[in-house]
Design a binder for this molecule. Structure first.
Ligand SMILES: O=C[C@H](O)COP(=O)(O)O
Length: 269
């Protein structure tokens, strides 16, 4: 019997088509919080949020020892994300967590190349590229962070820096459906200085064009490019209404009730 006939006979419902460019809001908790924070934030904020999960993906990234309890406590429509993976895999690498272990634990998401890791832990473009390769090998969804410093922007180097960061990861990516690019201008992270919506729109347009030129027009239209850098409930609307901004990676505001307000704004956009 043909598959089609079998499906009709068994009345198998058609799988809903997921928009590859559905919106995404990530909460990056960085190295914040304790056991009580995780429990209260999840029970009192995250699990009370209402959003259309076909329209918006919501992920939260706790520190690694909080991942198991967060995963157990969170409603199923909110996914847990690792903040980092190593570039080597399993082995004698004290203190490191591999992409294999993240996948084995049942996570699907990881943040790679955050500017804090680039700056404080000397992760250069080559290391970021290796980590992206590891994540791709394990089929993990990667939120790959790129962005320029204040000095680089002042010197008019923003696009050169972004191009170098994107060029570096290009060879590591075999499956673009597992890649989200997070544009996070370093000068806007944790400073209260957000890129204006025009400024962010211009950079997101540049990134999308880079994807079109280096991969394909179709992939560029299906790739999520999110913004991060002092996103709050006050600026979220003006940013999310830009055509090339597909969501946010939120730091400070993801540690409180404001995260739910940001998710709500994105959900209603
Ligand atoms: O990963 C998140 C970004 O670093 C943004 O952090 P922020 O919202 O505290 O500026």
């Amino acid at each position: 019997m043909q598959k089609k006939d079998l499906a009709a006979q068994q009345q198998i419902p058609e799988q809903p088509k997921v928009d590859p460019r559905r919106l995404l809001v990530g909460g990056n908790w960085k190295s914040n919080g304790n056991v009580t924070f995780v429990r209260e934030m999840i029970n009192e904020v995250l699990n009370r949020m209402k959003f259309d999960e076909k329209k918006v993906d919501v992920v939260v990234a706790p520190i690694v020892i909080h991942i198991p309890s967060a995963k157990a406590m969170l409603n199923t429509n909110i996914m847990v994300c690792a903040q980092n993976i190593n570039m080597m895999g399993n082995g004698a690498y004290t203190g490191e967590v591999s992409a294999e272990q993240i996948k084995d634990f049942g996570l699907q998401w990881v943040i790679i190349g955050h500017s804090e890791r680039r700056k404080l832990f000397s992760e250069n473009n080559e290391i970021v590229a290796k980590k992206v390769e590891r994540a791709q090998d394990q089929g993990l969804n990667s939120i790959v962070c790129i962005g320029e410093t204040y000095e680089e922007r002042e010197e008019g180097l923003t696009k050169d820096i972004l191009k170098a960061q994107l060029d570096a990861i290009k060879q590591s990516i075999r499956d673009w459906s597992k890649i989200v690019i997070a544009y996070e201008p370093v000068w806007a992270i944790g400073t209260g200085k957000t890129a204006s919506s025009d400024m962010a729109a211009e950079v997101h347009d540049y990134i999308r064009k880079w994807v079109a030129q280096n991969c394909s027009e179709l992939i560029s239209q299906q790739t999520r490019i999110i913004y991060g850098g002092s996103v709050t409930e006050k600026n979220a609307e003006s940013l999310i209404t830009q055509k090339d901004i597909d969501g946010f990676l939120v730091g400070g505001a993801s540690l409180k009730q404001t995260f739910a307000e940001i998710v709500d704004i994105v959900n209603k956009s």
